[in-house]
Design a protein around this ligand. Structure first.
Ligand code: NDP
Length: 605
């Protein structure tokens, strides 16, 4: 530090002014139509859903029986399939609407697609497959390859049904099987059923007036049109855009990653922004195989997973193996908490400390914009005025820099969104910007009905529909077993660990539980496994003793899918929580549950 730096006054944060600014920015974005502002990708837009990656293969309908059917060929299905195969249950059929395994990583092949969680913990079954991640934060092609590798290693391809959508699932009480029908005229049975369709798999479009009238080229980021743009998912330049004026609508996590590639390639790139993302440092780096060999002793990935979870969603460990934006965020909060004098410790004091660390972090992220973006007004418009967990935090080392490219312009809409789309362009504040192509980085359906997103309902015991059972909120044991739906497993984080910063950890752990339960059923000669009503009720009662949803989902936040676009969440939202003692504690608990061999809460028959 120079003497001059030393002398510089430390500007205290004006928290009240920041709160007022945050509130004003939220208020100007609140809109009465909430989720209804988005339109379904259907009708004239249905072509946007076509699979650009894999040709459709005709096949005969399936009318047979399998031991385990799993809906969804993303991480959830793959890790459940892998754990089942490891447990000797090999008759597993995965049903997937895409043309291959991968789920979100099958569809999202836009340039620059990359994971924000470190690959050492994000990519499942690294130790089992022997794959050494190439980078600290893996790019999409490597993650897709890992999905395919899991599929091959565990022979999950042989029985999989791709380009197939489940239409109906009905429990057959007389035979203890699920009857499964699909859009490919399949009608087969399965003793056990898994569902892991993921939270963000149905693309949505902004309901901008005139959107259907655009006569140029258009597509959604989750079906990237490389025929039009040139380039490829591995990062080859988008060579066909050199004479194109391109609009991208949306500035969420997806846009943050593809904008730098577009900025380099387009004659002109117009980035239409409603709300800026917070964009922190990425600091990606290759993984050195020698270093990897030195740490990859038996059980390494489980140790890393536990260490990350403890640092991110637990009390903190002595060492931080992963050292990423998520563990940094949690460490800062913990350190702030430690500054509270013991006699002043209270929930309010803890929330205030959390808020202080958030203000500091967001100020740092806003200053980063000033230090990178040359044009002062653009820099001002790129600053995020909300708490960091109000929207998906982003990390990137080329996004803000892209606005220094002469080709690239930020068209900020001051929170209002694009006003209109015409036959030839995009209108904001009465000004029309003619473009050749519109890329919709407008995200995925979240607040819509579960059955609308999946395209099916489950009909369980006595004709009970899952949509009825959950009509006023989700009910389960461990997020996995649901009363009235025997032999079915719901693979997702809610009502379990609820570890959102590393979703695959939840899924791999559930895979282990599924394999343990199915193996136990087979050992006992049982054909039916169901959670008891008492166990489900007790679990829900336990979940409701927790602190509930914290920052994510807060009505104080600027609207987005985290908080139901700023609208009331409904009474069911209180059930969208995890184990009250936190994710680390949950993983310890469920491990004990499995190892105890008692299968408490389940009835086998
Ligand atoms: P998002 O839903 O996060 O973003 C949609 C964007 O479209 C927002 O910026 C939204 O603005 C904007 N928008 C919507 N309507 C309009 C309108 N009328 N005019 C202008 N802009 C509009 O979708 P993404 O695909 O970016 O990300 C979805 C999720 O996928 C992420 O939150 C993340 O969970 C995951 N993801 C993860 C990645 C990773 O791990 N690295 C990478 C990419 C995605 P507003 O904010 O105002 O609503």
């Amino acid at each position: 530090m120079t003497p001059a730096d030393d002398a510089a006054p430390v500007r205290p944060l004006d928290k009240e002014a920041l709160k007022t600014k945050y509130r004003a920015e939220r208020d100007k974005r609140l809109r009465a139509d909430g989720n209804d502002q988005y339109i379904r990708v259907a009708g004239v837009f249905s072509g946007y859903l076509d699979d650009p990656y894999t040709p459709f293969q005709p096949r005969e309908p399936k009318t047979d029986h399998v031991e385990f059917a799993f809906i969804g060929g993303g991480f959830a299905g793959l890790v459940a399939g892998a754990r089942l195969v490891e447990a000797g249950i090999t008759d597993v059929r995965i049903i997937e609407k895409g043309g291959d395994f991968g789920g979100t990583w099958y569809w999202n092949r836009y340039p620059g697609a990359q994971c924000d969680t470190a690959s050492m913990i994000y990519m499942p079954l690294l130790e089992e497959t022997g794959h050494i991640p190439r980078e600290k934060y893996a790019h999409a092609p490597e993650i897709l390859e890992q999905c395919q590798r899991i599929g091959r290693k565990y022979n999950l391809y042989d029985n999989a049904l791709f380009h197939t959508e489940v239409k109906d699932l009905t429990w057959d009480e007389a035979n203890d099987v699920w009857i499964i029908t699909t859009n490919r005229d399949d009608r087969f049975t399965a003793r056990f059923l898994g569902s892991g369709t993921g939270p963000l798999h149905v693309p949505k479009l902004p309901g901008i007036p005139g959107i259907e009238s655009f006569k140029g080229h258009a597509f959604h980021t989750s079906r990237w049109d490389y025929d039009y743009t040139g380039g490829d998912p591995l990062g080859a330049p988008l060579s066909k855009l050199g004479d194109k004026r391109v609009a991208i609508i949306g500035t969420g996590a997806t846009a943050v990653q593809c904008v730098p590639h577009l900025a380099r390639a387009c004659k002109e790139l117009l980035v239409f922004q409603r709300t800026p993302s917070s964009v922190d440092v990425r600091a990606n780096a290759p993984i050195d195989p020698e270093w990897f060999a030195s740490i990859a002793t038996a059980g390494w990935q489980q140790r890393w997973l536990e260490n990350f979870t403890e640092n991110q969603a637990g009390g903190g460990a002595e060492e931080d193996l992963v050292q990423d934006g998520w563990t940094d965020l949690s460490r800062r909060i913990r350190e702030k908490m430690k500054t509270i004098p013991r006699e002043q410790m209270s929930p309010q004091a803890m929330l205030a400390a959390f808020e202080d660390s958030d203000f500091e972090k967001m100020e740092e992220i806003r200053s980063r914009v000033d230090s990178i973006v040359g044009d002062t007004q653009t820099a001002q418009n790129l600053k995020a005025w909300y708490r960091q967990l109000c929207k998906r935090p982003c990390f990137h080392d080329a996004y803000l820099q892209a606005f220094n490219e002469p080709s690239t312009r930020l068209i900020d809409t001051d929170g209002k969104g694009v006003e209109r789309i015409t036959e030839t362009g995009v209108v904001v504040a009465g000004v029309e910007y003619p473009v050749d192509c519109i890329i919709y980085a407008s995200g995925f359906e979240v607040g819509t009905d579960y059955t609308r997103r999946t395209g099916f309902d489950l009909t369980g015991v006595d004709g009970l529909k899952l949509s009825q059972a959950w009509s006023d909120g989700m009910r389960s044991l461990h997020g996995l077993h649901v009363r009235g739906f025997p032999n079915a497993f719901f693979v997702q984080p809610t009502q379990g660990a609820n570890l959102i910063s590393n979703v695959p950890h939840n899924l791999t752990d559930s895979g282990r539980t599924i394999a343990t339960v199915v193996a136990e059923a087979k050992r006992r000669g049982a054909t039916r496994v169901e959670v008891t009503q008492e166990a489900q009720d007790a679990w829900i009662a336990l979940l409701l003793t927790g602190p509930g949803r914290m920052m994510m989902g807060s009505a104080d936040c600027t609207p987005g899918y985290y908080n139901n676009e700023g609208q009331a969440m409904g009474p069911g939202a209180k059930y969208n929580v995890g184990y009250p003692a936190g994710a680390s504690a949950y993983f310890r608990y469920i491990d004990g549950w499995r190892k105890s061999g008692k299968f408490e809460g389940l009835e086998f028959a």
